[in-house]
Each structure stands twice: as structure tokens, then as C-alpha cells.
Design a protein around this ligand. Structure first.
Ligand SMILES: O=c1[nH]c(=O)c2ncn([C@@H]3O[C@H](COP(=O)(O)OP(=O)(O)OP(=O)(O)O)[C@@H](O)[C@H]3O)c2[nH]1
Ligand SMILES: [Mg+2]
Length: 187
């Protein structure tokens, strides 16, 4: 990966919360620049969506890129909303997301974070995925963003946790640990 500066990676995202959290987890080890490029996200599996988004981002900037996709899988709904959580969240909000499970006893959900890195256009993206299991509860807590107030892990919602605590248990931190290991061993 000689063409890539390991200390500066271009993270393509329009989500400022995602960017801040990723920077906080990576600390000084890996610096992230950021570009917000509107990328049309396809339908498919988490991995297909992540690969496609990363390839499109690499083409758009004509260079190395990092992208990320978040998903929230409800076990009772056979994995839905999954990668379509953004549409569901925008349409229903957290109260509506919680109500989706009203008819089911099973409130288990898994948050999934998939980072994808491409060394440039035509270079197959590498995926780094982290998963955290929790359950969907009525919203609690003031912190965080997105579905944080209704996603509970070990008795606390993400919105009730400090950023440091969330970053110790979150799917994003697990995915970034894999990315960091890869960077350490590759560069
Ligand atoms: O409670 C949360 N805790 C998190 O840690 C988290 N990370 C992402 N999300 C939300 O899940 C959807 C993913 O959509 P997504 O992956 O396409 O991201 P995005 O469109 O916001 O940004 P990007 O695609 O430009 O990177 C968006 O609604 C995000 O707000 C989270 N919600
Ligand atoms: Mg998106």
C-alpha cells in the first residue's frame, strides 16, 4: 500500500457525528481528512452496499478513501431495517422505531458498523465490520445521535453513556480496531 499515507486517510461521509466519533476512537494514531460527497446508496446486503459506496467514493475523488455504513438489525424482523435504518429513522423517528417491535416479545437488535477502504479507483475495497448486540427500549438519555436513545447495551442506552463508554462497547470501535490492526500490519 505504498501509495497510501497511513497517517492521513480521506473519510468520505456527510455525517458529522460519525466523523467525530471515528476521530475520537482513532485518536492520534490515524488522522482523517473529510469530504462530503453525495453518494447514491444501492440496495443489497450490508457488504454489497459498503463495497459499492466505497468504489463510488474512490472514483469520485480519484484516490484512496475510507467510507462507513451503519445498520440496525431487529432480530424479530429478520434483520430489518438493517442497512435501511437511515430511511426508517427519518420517517419514523425513535418512537416509531420502538413501536415497530410492539407486536413482538423479542426486542433484541444488533448495531453493525462496516468501514470500507479502497486504495483508489479499481482497487477492491476491504471491509472491517463490528457488531454490538443490545435491545430496543423506549427512548432514554440526552447524549448521542440517531438511534442512540433507544439502543440499550448492558442496562444503558448509548444516549445515557459517556462518549468514552459508548466508544468502548460500540460496533464502530470494534470495526475500527480491525481497521487499525490491518493498517499496522500492512503499512
Ligand atoms: O444511534 C446511532 N448511533 C450510531 O453510532 C450511528 N451511526 C450511524 N447512525 C445512523 O444510522 C444511519 C446510517 O446511515 P448511513 O450509514 O448511510 O450514514 P449517513 O448517510 O448518515 O452518512 P454517510 O453515508 O455520508 O457516511 C444514519 O441515520 C445515522 O445517523 C447511528 N445512529
Ligand atoms: Mg448514507
Amino acid at each position: 500500500m505504498s501509495s497510501t499515507n497511513p497517517n492521513m486517510i480521506n473519510f468520505i461521509t456527510g455525517n458529522k457525528n460519525k466523523l467525530a466519533e471515528t476521530r475520537a476512537i482513532l485518536g492520534d494514531v490515524v488522522q482523517l481528512s473529510n469530504q462530503n460527497i453525495e453518494i447514491l446508496e444501492i440496495q443489497g446486503s450490508l457488504e454489497e452496499i459498503a463495497r459499492d459506496k466505497c468504489q463510488k467514493a474512490a472514483l469520485a475523488v480519484n484516490g484512496p478513501v475510507l467510507t462507513e455504513d451503519s445498520a440496525l438489525e431487529f432480530r424479530a424482523l429478520k434483520g430489518l431495517p438493517g442497512p435501511y435504518i437511515k430511511c426508517f429513522y427519518s420517517a419514523l423517528g425513535n418512537d416509531g422505531l420502538h413501536k415497530l417491535l410492539a407486536a413482538y416479545d423479542d426486542k433484541v437488535a444488533t448495531a453493525v458498523c462496516t468501514f470500507a477502504f479502497s486504495a483508489g479507483p479499481g482497487s477492491e475495497p476491504l471491509l472491517f465490520q463490528g457488531r454490538t448486540q443490545g435491545k430496543i427500549v423506549p427512548k432514554r438519555g440526552e447524549g448521542g445521535f440517531g438511534f442512540d436513545p433507544i439502543f440499550e447495551v448492558d442496562g444503558q442506552t448509548y444516549a445515557e453513556m459517556s462518549i468514552t463508554h459508548k466508544n468502548m462497547v460500540s460496533e464502530r470501535s470494534k470495526a475500527l480496531e480491525k481497521l487499525q490492526n490491518w493498517l499496522r500490519n500492512t503499512v
